[in-house]
Design a protein around this ligand. Structure first.
Ligand code: FES
Length: 332
């Protein structure tokens, strides 16, 4: 990953809404929820379960947060934000926890659907680790609405670290909801390998959580059929790296005709920025889709964690992707 390329992010947001913070609740140790609604009481846009939104946090940082509310309830959206320790935080969660108050207006949007649910699943396994419950909670709402077959496993350090527990207990039938508390010792938690060892035909699994949890889930589901394993990473996996930094290439912006060189040690986002073309970004790690654009020509070396094989034929993430061809023509 090109960590040195991080930029302060105050991009122009499109498809945004000014939403009012209607309620703030402490959901678990270090986790606060924010209930957002239209200040005039209008319905909010429909979203698909697993969606996330960009939020312009106090101080000008844009951060992506999953929507944890019922996708069919258009009266409000619900975010869950874990306050990262200062040493690990890039500032977004601290700004949200320390500076957002009830009644405040927040700039929110656009909606992004990069962790979409399969429509033909015969059974669904939802696997949440810690704050990873947020997108999976919206999926649980939808699966309950559909009367679909599913199970939800929620792994946390303790009951005090499990957010939205009361809502989940009210929502999900007890035989489908499983809390796993490890008290800080992962060997005492859910045996993920055992859970994912076998599965009925037509089962889809979704997992979201911290790095170690994701690694265990990915390793334990490696034998599952392609397209049946769905992930949302909060951070790029430790092993991630941009393998081919050597060499520069040019991007051609089709709308303006500009040609901009991307150096061997910089990202497309950075090269565009240096040329005076700021594009919306958030994670800068290929995780959120904020910088996704279409390309019209060239061969892309993808390094994101969100685009499907089909998506990769037409679009790329500017923050991590590079070119395998001398030029890339972007729909910019
Ligand atoms: S900024 Fe998140 S994928 Fe590029």
């Amino acid at each position: 990953m090109i960590a040195s390329d991080k930029l302060p992010t105050t991009p122009p947001l499109t498809q945004v809404w000014q939403l009012q913070v209607r309620a703030i609740r402490l959901q678990a140790h270090g986790i606060v929820s924010y209930e957002l609604a239209d200040p005039d009481g209008h319905d909010l846009p429909v979203f698909e379960p697993g969606a996330h939104v960009d939020v312009l946090a106090p101080g000008g940082l844009v951060r992506a947060y999953s929507l944890a509310s019922d996708p069919r309830d258009r009266s409000h959206w619900l975010l869950g934000v874990l306050k990262e320790p200062k040493a690990k935080s890039t500032g977004g969660s601290i700004a949200m926890h320390e500076h957002v108050r009830v009644g405040q207006l927040l700039t929110v949007g656009p909606l992004r659907h990069v962790f979409a649910m399969a429509t033909q699943a015969k059974h669904t396994v939802l696997l949440a680790g810690g704050i990873g419950i947020t997108p999976l909670k919206s999926m649980a709402h939808e699966l309950v609405h559909q009367g679909a077959s599913f199970e939800l496993h929620y792994c946390a350090r303790s009951a005090q670290h499990a957010a939205f527990s009361a809502e989940l207990l009210a929502l999900v039938p007890p035989d489908r909801l499983h809390f796993h508390y490890d008290n800080g010792d992962t060997s005492q938690g859910l045996d993920i390998a055992k859970l994912l060892h076998s599965h009925a035909v037509g089962t889809h699994v979704y997992f979201c959580g911290p790095a170690g949890f994701m690694k265990a889930c990915a390793a334990s589901s490696a034998h599952w059929p392609t397209g049946h394993v769905h992930t949302e990473y909060f951070k790029a996996p430790d092993s991630a790296s941009v393998a081919t930094l050597a060499g520069s290439f040019d991007v051609i912006l089709t709308k303006s005709g500009e040609r901009i060189t991307v150096g061997p040690d910089e990202t497309i986002v950075r090269a565009l920025e240096l040329a005076g073309r700021r594009v919306p970004t958030s994670c800068l790690s290929g995780l959120c889709g904020t910088c996704k654009v279409d390309y019209l020509d060239g061969e892309v070396e993808h390094h994101d964690y969100i685009l499907s094989d089909d998506d990769k034929k037409t679009c790329l993430t500017l923050c991590v992707s590079r070119a395998l061809s001398p030029t890339l023509t972007l729909d910019l």
